[in-house]
Ligand binder design. Structure first.
Ligand SMILES: [Zn+2]
Length: 114
């Protein structure tokens, strides 16, 4: 995979992450409006990331973890390698599913019924 392709994947991942976090922020805004929290808000900022995760469904949490894991792999230059057979995952597949951990052959073996 070229650096340019990797960059493209990274952008897709970051955009997806941003989308997810935006959903959570919107949910949190709604909660705050309902609760009318005063001074507590300042103290809560530090743990914002943790609190944000409370607003996520299990599905969204899983997706976020997959995105973070993919971003970490990019940083460590280990991205795009199948965790099953260690072969390279084709760019086209990664572009469609940037947090894929397995190649097409290994996917059915490792992925639970989805
Ligand atoms: Zn594989």
């Amino acid at each position: 995979m070229t650096a340019k392709q990797l960059n493209e994947i990274k952008k897709i991942l970051l955009a997806k992450k941003e989308d997810l976090l935006k959903v959570v922020r919107d949910k949190k805004d709604q909660e705050l409006q309902e609760k009318e929290v005063g001074d507590e808000v300042d103290a809560a900022v530090d743990s914002e990331e943790k609190e944000l995760l409370f607003g996520l469904t299990d599905n969204e949490k899983g997706l976020l973890a997959s995105i973070d894991s993919a971003l970490r792999k990019i940083e460590m230059k280990k991205y795009g390698v199948c965790e099953g057979c260690a072969s390279k995952i084709p760019f086209e597949r990664l572009k469609a599913m940037p947090y894929a951990n397995y190649c097409i052959k290994c996917q059915p073996k490792f992925e639970k019924n989805k």
